[in-house]
Ligand binder design. Structure first.
Ligand code: LLP
Length: 387
């Protein structure tokens, strides 16, 4: 619930703005960490979900590592308190410059996605007199049963080392022990996964791969299971924090690591989604032929997910009058951007809206602010933090 005090504050602020509930963020991170600690698991926060400096500082202060996908993310992570020894670096297209940044920071692991990339990391490490820690990303061919744009673990996806390159990678690392060290296996099958059977299947596949490496005489120190834990977008009030205890228990039950192997996760969305809301004002109400449009001052430029993935976000009218509540009306809630996909929801039932009403678009803390753009030359975002 957004308190009336805070809604009063919003009335004085310029919108659209991102509202972050930092106490909820801290509670979410602490809950996740305590649940992971039960099993001795390590969490790397996937910075791509939200790289707001305030959010990064809060999360690093609670002792999580970081999962980065660019050189700038690595630098931001370090600048905002993450220990470089607890950073992993993923991504199918790391540039030479980014590889150098990561080597200079002495990170935990490069999550490597191809034989050619491994060769480039090896060559740069050699030139810098460094040893690059390598986790090989394996594509386990598991259907994450999520939106096809955020499914990553199938053979048809661009991610992971193709099977025909895997043996070559292992040999190459063995042949270059001064510049490369095999420290882990990495898996990540998709995002917003809500069918938890998928995680059990992931565990069983990881066991098979781990056994395959052990047969070759290789016990990698780290098994990194990636991220992907989905949240309940339908009910942000009822379930503000995912059941992390139950989530990690799946891995505790089905994963069979050697005692000396560390288990790592790269969670993004489940840690930050519900602490963020996009607050917007109704600019105009337009009653079309068969539709009522509520036209907001926020659009796909501030929150792209509905336009890109047809994603659902709950929309709430903040502090409507009793009279408005008595007249529930369906609206297509749209933004000001010159694209028909600029729509936050169709036929959304809301109190009868008027110009100036404040709306909260919920669960926008993950992949919201970070995916914003200046298309249509939009103004910079505004912020409000609940301390
Ligand atoms: N690890 C890797 C290798 C990833 O690619 C991702 C997300 C994560 C971890 C974190 O996954 P999470 O726990 O947040 O599900 N923009 C999309 C989501 C893209 C996810 C990309 N990779 C959205 O708004 O739904």
């Amino acid at each position: 619930m957004i308190s009336t005090d805070i809604i009063e504050q919003f009335k004085k602020e310029e919108t659209p703005l991102y509202y972050y509930d930092l106490p909820l963020l801290r509670e979410t991170i602490s809950t996740a960490k305590a649940a992971a600690d039960q099993w001795g698991y390590h969490i790397h926060y996937a910075i791509k979900a939200n790289a707001n400096p305030r959010i990064l500082k809060e999360i690093s202060a609670l002792g999580l590592g970081a999962d980065c996908v660019s050189g700038l993310e690595i630098e931001q992570a370090v600048d905002h308190g993450f220990k470089s020894k607890a950073i992993v670096f993923a991504g199918v297209g790391k540039t030479d410059k980014e590889i150098r940044i990561a080597l200079n920071q002495n990170i935990t692991a490069f999550n490597v996605e191809s034989w050619e990339e491994l060769g480039v990391i090896g060559a740069i490490a050699k030139e810098m007199n460094k040893q690059a820690p390598i986790a090989l990303r394996i594509n386990p061919n598991i259907d994450a049963k999520t939106h096809h744009y955020i499914t990553t673990g199938l053979d048809e996806n661009k991610f992971g080392i193709p099977m025909n390159e895997l043996e070559g990678c292992i040999t190459y690392i063995r042949e270059n022990p001064t510049s490369l060290a095999l420290v882990g296996l990495h898996f990540h099958i998709g995002s917003q996964i809500t069918d938890w059977h998928v995680f059990k299947r992931l565990c069983l596949k990881v066991n098979e791969w781990n056994a395959w490496f052990i047969e070759k005489g290789i016990v990698v120190p780290i098994l990194n299971l990636g991220g992907g834990l989905g949240i309940n977008y339908e009910n942000p009030e009822g379930e503000p924090i995912v059941d992390f205890v139950a989530f990690f228990a799946i891995f505790g039950q089905f994963l069979e690591p050697r005692p000396e192997q560390q288990i790592h996760f790269e969670l993004g969305r489940s840690l930050v989604a519900n602490c963020g809301n996009l607050i917007s004002r109704v600019l105009y109400i337009k009653n079309g032929v068969n539709k009522n449009f509520a036209i907001l001052d926020a659009g796909m430029t501030e929150l792209l997910r509905p336009a890109l993935y047809q994603a659902y976000h709950q929309i709430d009218c903040l502090a409507p009058s009793n009279k408005q509540v008595e007249q529930i009306t369906p609206y297509d809630v749209v933004g000001p951007i010159c694209e028909s996909s600029d729509c936050f929801g169709k036929n959304v039932l809301l109190p009868k809206l008027v110009r100036g009403n404040l709306l909260a678009i919920r669960s926008a803390g993950a992949y919201g602010e970070v995916m914003s753009s200046r298309y249509n030359l939009r103004q910079a975002l505004n912020y409000y933090f609940k301390e």
